[in-house]
Design a protein around this ligand. Structure first.
Ligand code: ZN
Length: 297
C-alpha cells in the first residue's frame, strides 16, 4: 500500500469556521482527500489570547513573525474583550454540518478554545470535566452523535483531561506531538485512550525558522515525511483555510504527485500500541508548554 499522510485540521475560531471550513472543504474535495476536523463550538474568545502577550515569553515575537493580525483579522483579535465572543456552534451551524456531509471525520476540539488553553492547568478535575462536557453536549446537539475523537486545544493535556477521554471511551485522542500512535502514561498514571500525535511542524511553527518561507513550506514538509512511519500534518481553519490555502494545496498536490495517500486520522493503525510517556515541553516555534510523546513507559 502507498505510504499515508494523515490530515488533522483544527478549527479554533468563528472566522476559521465561517470562512476557513468552506474553503478547506473545497480544497480537500479538489484533491479527493479525506481529513479529520476538530471543531470548537462555544464562544470565540480569541481577543483574550492577546493578554498572553503580557504573560508568556515569546508570544509577541511569534505574533509578529506569523502575522497573527493578518491571519485572524482584527475583529477576531478583539472577540471576548472589546467585542462580544460569538458562539461558534450556533452561528456557523451550516458550515459545520457540511464537514460530515462531505465524508470527513469530525471530532471535538473545544468548547472555549482560549479558556481551555489558558486555564486547564489551574482547573480542578471537576472544572475540566464540566468544560469538556459543554463541548460534548454542544457536539451532540449539533450533529446528533457523540464525538469518537478529541484533540486538545493548543496541545494542552493533563492527567485530568486524559482520564476524561477514558471515561468517554473515545476511539482515540490527538492531544500532542510525537512520532507514532501510542497509549499514554502521564503523571505516573496509565491511560487507555490511544494517542495519534501530530508528527510534522505546523505552518505557524515552521514559517520564519530554519529558512522556511511560504514558497518552500510544502517542499520542506514533504521532505520531512517518513514512508515507514506515522505522518500527521496539522492544519488550522484560520491559516490553511484562509490566508495560506496555496501553501496547503501545494502540500496536498505534492504528496499525491509523490505517490502518497491522503487520509483522515481514523485510518491510522491503532493495534498493539506500545506505551509512552506524555510529557509537557516547549517545542521550537511555539510559546508555552505542549503535550509531547516522551520515552517508552
Ligand atoms: Zn486549536
Amino acid at each position: 500500500m502507498n505510504p499515508t499522510l494523515h490530515l488533522k485540521i483544527d478549527i479554533d475560531t468563528y472566522v476559521g469556521t465561517q470562512e476557513g471550513v468552506p474553503n478547506l472543504l473545497r480544497l480537500l474535495d479538489r484533491h479527493q482527500a479525506r481529513a479529520t476536523f476538530f471543531v470548537s463550538l462555544g464562544p470565540d474568545n480569541s481577543g483574550k489570547a492577546i493578554w498572553r502577550i503580557f504573560r508568556r515569553r515569546g508570544f509577541l515575537a511569534k505574533m509578529l513573525r506569523t502575522n497573527a493580525p493578518g491571519m485572524y483579522g482584527m475583529k477576531t483579535m478583539m472577540y471576548g474583550t472589546l467585542l462580544p465572543a460569538p458562539l461558534i456552534g450556533r452561528t456557523c451551524l451550516a458550515e459545520l454540518q457540511q464537514i460530515p456531509k462531505a465524508g470527513h471525520e469530525l471530532g471535538l476540539h473545544a468548547w472555549d478554545h482560549v479558556g481551555w488553553h489558558d486555564h486547564l492547568d489551574e482547573w480542578s478535575e471537576g472544572e475540566a470535566a464540566a468544560e469538556y462536557e459543554r463541548g460534548w453536549k454542544a457536539f451532540g446537539d449539533l450533529f446528533g452523535a457523540t464525538p469518537s475523537c478529541v484533540a486538545a486545544p493548543g496541545w494542552t493535556a493533563t492527567p485530568a483531561s486524559l482520564s476524561i477521554h477514558d471515561a468517554k471511551r473515545l476511539a482515540y485522542a490527538s492531544d500532542g506531538r510525537g512520532e507514532r500512535a501510542f497509549l499514554p502514561t502521564m503523571g505516573g498514571k496509565a491511560f487507555a485512550t490511544p494517542q495519534v500525535p501530530t508528527t510534522l511542524p505546523t505552518l505557524d511553527e515552521a514559517l520564519g525558522r530554519d529558512g522556511v518561507t511560504r514558497e518552500n513550506f510544502a517542499a520542506r514538509t514533504l521532505a520531512a515525511l517518513k514512508p515507514e512511519a506515522l505522518n500527521v500534518f496539522g492544519g488550522h481553519g484560520e491559516a490553511e483555510g484562509r490566508g495560506y490555502q496555496a501553501e496547503f494545496e501545494a502540500v496536498l498536490a505534492g504528496a499525491l504527485a509523490a505517490g502518497w495517500r491522503l487520509a483522515a486520522l481514523d485510518e491510522a493503525s491503532r493495534t498493539a500500541l506500545p506505551r509512552f510517556e506524555l510529557l509537557r515541553r516547549e517545542i521550537p516555534g511555539r510559546a508555552g508548554l505542549v503535550a509531547v510523546q516522551g520515552p517508552a513507559a
